[in-house]
Write a protein that binds this ligand. Structure first.
Ligand SMILES: *[C@@H]1O[C@H](CO)[C@@H](O)[C@H](O)[C@H]1NC(C)=O
Ligand SMILES: *[C@@H]1O[C@H](CO)[C@@H](O)[C@H](O)[C@H]1NC(C)=O
Ligand SMILES: *[C@@H]1O[C@H](CO)[C@@H](O)[C@H](O)[C@H]1NC(C)=O
Ligand SMILES: *[C@@H]1O[C@H](CO)[C@@H](O)[C@H](O)[C@H]1NC(C)=O
Length: 485
């Protein structure tokens, strides 16, 4: 039965692919973890990111490209083209001992590209569940995987909650613990590129470990920011530059093998910078875990093969769910599912035409505070937030002074009547969300609220199970491993 289904879908894929039009590009899809709006050179000249900046300036800087407030939901959106609130992934992230994963009945971008003839490789952080093999990357369209299954881990001994987490395909391995992980990913990426058979197009999905906490970096990178007296921000900035070096090495390997000119690059943060861990989104409001712009408006660009208009900033609206159909379109394919939230934006990004998107949901999560339940929608220039927007609600400048801690609330002038009530902003006039219009523009707030309720009717309950003891890495030679759901 399964074989028949995959044969049928294979035929469908082939029918959807129009050969002879253009060569299928190689695709490098880079996701920077917890990377702030203000943590990249093309937004902030204090950051040392020459490789990222060069790629961005050669291509199209995306000025209104949105993601989810946290890691797991953004990754599921990238891969499936479906809003997290329809996948049960709207509430926080998948924690290591939770017996759940991204719904396996959705076709991932990697599976579509595999069927279009791509060699598919994933490196870095998965964070879409691991309780059974069917949840893991090599069962979800990837030929190879090199990295960790959970959401965060240390950069040297590669542990989380006392368990090791590293795989070479399915095999638990622990690469040299004296090497900072950014180097080992760069090395593997180079090997994949060098070994790649150029008769096939390459898809490299590269969700970086960087620059998520813990704040760890080789001293050589930290020293590049010696003028920053705040230790956390200094180290975090070094992590950013280590990641930039990795990007430079991937680019160099593609150039050395003659693949660069045929490669399309997408770069996006998975969510905004995390304020308590020195990420920075200034002047945007808030940070990771909030539905404010600082948590959801991503540092992002697209560059390379297939783009006809380059070297500018695109202000059209783009959302995480759009990447799946957009990248697939660049590869000459089209999703089979007709109920996706993602819009194919390839033509718009390729030519600079207006975005096909006019509205989106930031998130819909019914879990009550303090567990971050919230709802937010954007329609045109307006944005409505209902419920608790998340913990870091202010405007935080980069911490430069020794010992300085980000100001997480008390002294910040929050000009809203009720942090748990509704807030309305006009993002065109007020992109940094200073002026709540919910009391003066009630009619607009009501319209957006009504539209949000239509989406809410499609919500599935959050799939957020309690911890499962059987997940204990002690049962698996110390490694977080599939087999307990
Ligand atoms: C996919 O699985 C989810 C549960 O993970 C279920 O709620 C949903 O109905 C399924 N969808 C389809 C199309 O089978
Ligand atoms: C792993 O490294 C972290 C620091 O990143 C340290 O706190 C922890 O004790 C180490 N664990 C082991 C098992 O060495
Ligand atoms: C990038 O490549 C250079 C040259 O091989 C190497 O010295 C450097 O350590 C690499 N950087 C990373 C982050 O792997
Ligand atoms: C990017 O968006 C900001 C609003 O946040 C706007 O002020 C700026 O002009 C835009 N940049 C470009 C180059 O269009």
């Amino acid at each position: 039965m399964a074989i028949i289904i995959s044969l049928i879908s294979c035929v469908v894929f082939l029918l959807n692919y129009i050969p002879g039009e253009a060569k299928q590009p190689n695709i490098v899809f880079m996701v920077a973890d917890d990377y702030g709006w203000n943590d990249v050179g093309f937004h902030n000249p204090d950051m040392i990111t020459p490789n990222i900046d060069n790629l961005a300036y050669e291509g199209v800087i995306l000025n209104q490209s949105y993601v989810q407030p946290v890691c797991t939901p953004s990754r599921n959106a990238f891969m499936s083209g479906v809003y997290p609130f329809k996948a049960g992934l709207q509430h926080l992230v998948i924690a290591p001992p939770q017996a759940t994963c991204a719904p396996t009945n959705r076709t991932f971008l990697s599976q579509y590209l595999k069927n279009l003839g791509y060699a598919t490789h994933a490196l870095g952080k998965w964070h879409l569940g691991l309780c059974k093999w069917e949840c893991t990357p090599t069962y979800r369209g990837f030929d190879s995987f090199y990295g960790f299954y959970n959401g965060k881990e240390t950069y040297y001994n590669r542990t989380i909650l006392g368990g090791m987490d590293f795989r070479d395909n399915k095999d638990p391995v622990l690469p040299d613990v004296s090497q900072y992980s950014t180097y080992i990913y760069a090395k593997r990426a180079k090997e994949i590129i060098e070994k790649h058979d150029k008769n096939e197009p390459l898809f490299m999905y590269f969700p970086f470990q960087s620059v998520h906490a813990p704040i760890e970096v080789p001293v050589s990178y930290e020293n590049m920011y010696s003028e920053i007296k705040n230790e956390g921000r200094r180290k975090y900035s070094g992590m950013v530059t280590a990641m930039d070096d990795l990007v430079g090495n991937v680019t160099a390997a593609l150039k050395d093998t003659g693949m660069y000119d045929d490669t399309l690059f997408v770069f996006t943060a998975d969510n905004g910078g995390w304020i308590p861990y020195h990420g920075n989104n200034y002047p945007l409001r808030g940070g990771k875990t909030t539905v404010y712009e600082g948590g959801t408006r991503a540092a992002a660009f697209i560059t390379g093969a297939g783009l006809v208009k380059k070297g500018y900033t695109y202000n059209g609206m783009m959302h995480a769910v759009d990447w799946m159909p957009t990248i697939l379109s660049a590869a000459g394919g089209k999703p089979v599912d007709t109920d996706l939230d993602g819009i194919d934006q390839w033509e718009s990004l390729r030519t600079g035409a207006p975005s096909k998107r006019t509205e989106f949901i930031y998130n819909l999560d019914d879990e009550n505070p303090p567990a971050c339940g919230h709802a937010a929608i954007r329609v045109g220039d307006y944005k409505l937030i209902e419920g608790y927007p998340g913990p870091d609600q202010g405007w935080y400048k980069p911490e430069t002074v020794s010992g300085e801690k980000p100001d997480t609330g008390s002294s910040i002038q929050i000009q809203q009547t009720n942090v748990f009530g509704r807030q309305l902003f006009n993002l065109k006039d007020d992109p940094n969300e200073h002026k709540d219009l919910s009391l003066t523009h009630r009619d607009i707030a009501d319209q957006l609220s009504k539209r949000m309720a239509e989406y809410h009717a499609q919500m599935v309950p959050a799939n957020y199970p309690a911890a499962t003891i059987a997940s204990d890495p002690d049962n698996y030679n110390g490694f977080w491993s599939p087999g307990w759901c």
